[in-house]
Each structure stands twice: as C-alpha cells, then as structure tokens.
Design a protein around this ligand. Structure first.
Ligand code: PMP
Ligand code: GLN
Length: 401
C-alpha cells in the first residue's frame, strides 16, 4: 500500500485539485500535445528516421556559430532593445527593399521576434478583438487557430481544393461577413508545399480592398521555392502592403530552428499596435544571436542559393521514391514532400504514420491533422531537410513498402 511520506502536502494537493475542478476551464479544450511533438517522440522511442517534424539534420555554418560565441564573449548578454538590434533591422530593411522592392523603415516598421510563432501570436493578439472573424485556409500550419481563439476571435476555415489544393477565391468571398477582420495566408505553404500564384495575389488584393481586411502573411519559407518559380511576397504588392503584416524566420533560412529568431514587418500604424503586445509577450529576442545574424545576413550568398540547395534534396528524394508505390504530390516550395499512399493501404493517414514509424522505422506527419474538416486523402508529409545519407536510408525503406 502507498503511504505518503508527506501527508500534509498530499492534503494540500487534494484540496487544491478539488478547487481547480470547479474553476479550471480550458481555453483550448480541443487541443492536446501537437502532432510535431507526438511524432518526434514516437520516432525517438522507435529509433525511426525522423522525417516528421521539420528541421535540418545537417551542420550549421561554423561562421555563424563562431559569431554568436564572439558576441557572447564580447559581453552582449543582456537585454536587446525591445524592437530588436537596430543594425539587424537595418539589414532586414535593405534585404526587403532589394528582394521585394518595398521600403520598411527600420525604426518603426520592423520588429525582431523570438521566432515566427511568437510574431504570429503577437500580431493576432494585437489586432484581433473578441468576435472578429479570421479566414484560415485548411489544411494549414497549426498555430493560427489557437492564437485567434485565445484572443476571442472566430476562425473561419476555407478548404483548399483537391487534388492540387488550390484556393477557391469565390468560396473565400462567400465566407466573408461584416465581422471578418483578417485573412491569414502562408506561401510557400506548410504542410502542402504549394505556393501562391500571381492570380491568387490579384484575387487577394481585390477581396482585401473590397472588404477592408488585414492580411497576415506567413512567409517563413520565402527562400525555398523551386523549379525557377518565384516567391511572391505580400511586401511587393503596393495595394496589399499597406494593410499587411509579413512574418519571417531565421530558423528556416539559416538551418537553426532551435534558435527561435524571426521578424515581423508592417506599416507603422499596424506595427505600433504589434509592439505594444510584443513588449509584454517577450520584451525582446535573444541579443547575441541577433548580432551574429545581422553580420551573416549582410552576405546574400548565405541565403540566395538556398532554393538550389533544397531543390537538389527534393529531387534526390523524389528520384528514390519513384521506384515505390507512394505517389508524390507537386512540391513547389518548403522542405516538405507530400506522398500519397492510396495504392498501398486503405487505412487512415494517422494510422499509417504511426504504423510506418513503429514497424518500418520512418516517421512522417499525417495531413488530416492539419485539416479543420479532418479530410483524409491519405497523404503523409516527409521533411527533406536532411543529409543525403538520411534521405537515401529513408528512400530505401519507402521503396520496400
Ligand atoms: N509558420 C510556418 C508555416 C512554419 O512552418 C513554422 C515552422 N515551424 C513557423 C511558422 C514557426 O517558425 P519559428 O520556428 O521561427 O517559430
Ligand atoms: N515547422 C515545423 C514543422 O512544420 C515544426 C513546428 C513545431 O515543431 N512547432 O514541422
């Protein structure tokens, strides 16, 4: 029998839990641990090759690592300025001017954040009021909906159309009401690997103007666009940029997802509201990392060839799995490849992802978990931000299934 060594503590705990039973009401009753944590855990437990959660398995450039160490040794270990290190904001401003032909003032239109996730949460907290409706495409990355709901907003989901996951802009328009405040877009799109076309952007421009909407544009994969296609940043559309917030992540661009460093850009009027929240969310982002990234970002060589680097990985993965029974969906951007397994099995994608991890030693992400409508078209997402040898080992497993 279990006899407590601290009976008084146990008593306190019991009375606390009975109080909480009455007063604890979840703000996110439908959310558990997210799919990235669960699949990575399952991969680890089963010693599976982890192509589920999106992160690179190769080395970070030692120049960048040494530069962080240098700034730490030089003593930059206290708080950075609230909006971010000014020199980093200057370099970001130049980069956007050059790549997207739009000027953001480093003083009041750019803020450095603790990753894109914080930038997204902060932006939504600053701009969405209770009962405001926000259009979110489905399937989509998992952090938009909870951020809207925690701020009292109402997510309104618009399904991407099968089999190519195009946006139907008529459906978008049908879902707009007098309460709609914002549309969240994400191009290149995680988990689908699609990108927005010029026509999509023209439709977005028309709808945003007609209904006076704010656009939150998640562009963390801006440099991961393939087959000579071009990333269309919201920043480069003169009619859209005035009503838009664009969000970026150094985690993706410099292979350092664990650093959680990103930035948000928006016209002054919007940014001033975003900063009011940012200062209470985190106050400021990691100081030595910002200084190192500022130096590194100045050299365009460090990001302009990223598309070729990842395109080779995508092509290697596609070449290997072409001998398998998996069918590849088109991947124009991101470092995720969707594979359809309907020729192999009729089971649910969640079950297939579990099964492949436990029995075949390869972890992926089932797409239905990103779908508000729980649509299961038997697609799994595989991350190809991996060394050649990892991709070959993974491919060898997949061709045998
Ligand atoms: N948006 C999308 C579409 C992503 O894939 C990610 C990466 N997890 C993020 C935002 C968050 O980026 P970060 O790791 O910089 O918070
Ligand atoms: N962006 C990464 C992915 O899509 C991981 C995100 C996370 O772990 N929260 O896999």
């Amino acid at each position: 029998m279990l006899v407590s060594k601290s009976p008084s503590l146990l008593k306190n705990y019991n009375s606390l839990s009975s109080i909480l039973k009455k007063s604890l009401k979840s703000k996110l009753p439908n959310n558990g641990t997210n799919i990235f944590s669960s699949m990575s855990k399952l991969a680890m437990e089963n010693k599976a090759i982890n192509l589920s959660q999106g992160y690179p398995d190769f080395e970070v450039d030692p120049i960048l690592i040494n530069s962080v160490a240098k700034y730490m040794k030089l003593g930059f270990n206290q708080y950075a300025p609230m909006p971010g290190v000014l020199r980093l904001r200057e370099v970001i401003s130049k980069k956007i001017s050059k790549n997207y032909n739009q000027h953001y003032n480093e003083h009041d239109e750019i803020t450095v954040t603790a990753g894109a996730t914080q930038a997204i949460f902060t932006t939504i907290s600053a701009l969405i009021h209770p009962n405001d409706e926000v259009i979110i495409f489905s399937p989509s990355f998992d952090c938009y909906q909870p951020a809207v709901e925690l701020n009292g907003g109402i997510p309104v989901f618009v399904e991407m159309e099968s089999p190519d996951f195009n946006v139907n802009w008529n459906t978008v328009e049908e879902n707009i009401s007098s309460k709609t405040r914002m549309i969240i877009i994400n191009s290149p799109q995680n988990p689908l690997g699609t990108i927005m076309s010029k026509k999509d952007m023209t439709n977005l421009e028309r709808i945003a103007e007609k209904y006076d909407l704010i656009i939150l544009s998640d562009e963390v994969y801006e440099h991961l666009v393939y087959d000579n296609k071009k990333h269309l940043s919201i920043c480069s559309f003169p009619k859209l940029f005035n009503r838009s917030i664009a969000i970026f992540s150094f985690g993706k661009t410099f292979h350092v997802t664990g650093w959680k460093l990103g930035y948000v850009v928006a016209p002054k009027q919007l940014m001033s509201e975003i900063r009011k929240v940012h200062q209470f969310n985190v106050f400021s982002a990691n100081h030595p990392l910002q200084l190192a990234v500022a130096d590194y970002l100045e050299n365009e060589e460090h990001f302009l060839r990223l598309n070729h680097f990842y395109e080779q990985k995508r092509d290697l993965f596609l070449e290997i799995i072409s001998a398998s029974r998996f069918q590849a969906k088109a991947c124009s951007g991101t470092y995720f490849q969707l594979l359809n397994f309907s020729l192999i099995s009729e089971i649910a994608d969640t079950e297939m992802a579990r099964d492949l991890t436990i029995n075949n030693g390869i972890a992926s992400i089932p797409i239905s978990v990103f779908s508000h409508f729980k649509n299961d078209e038997q697609n799994l997402r595989f991350c190809f931000a991996k060394k050649e040898e990892t991709l070959k080992r993974a491919g060898d497993i997949l061709v045998k299934i």
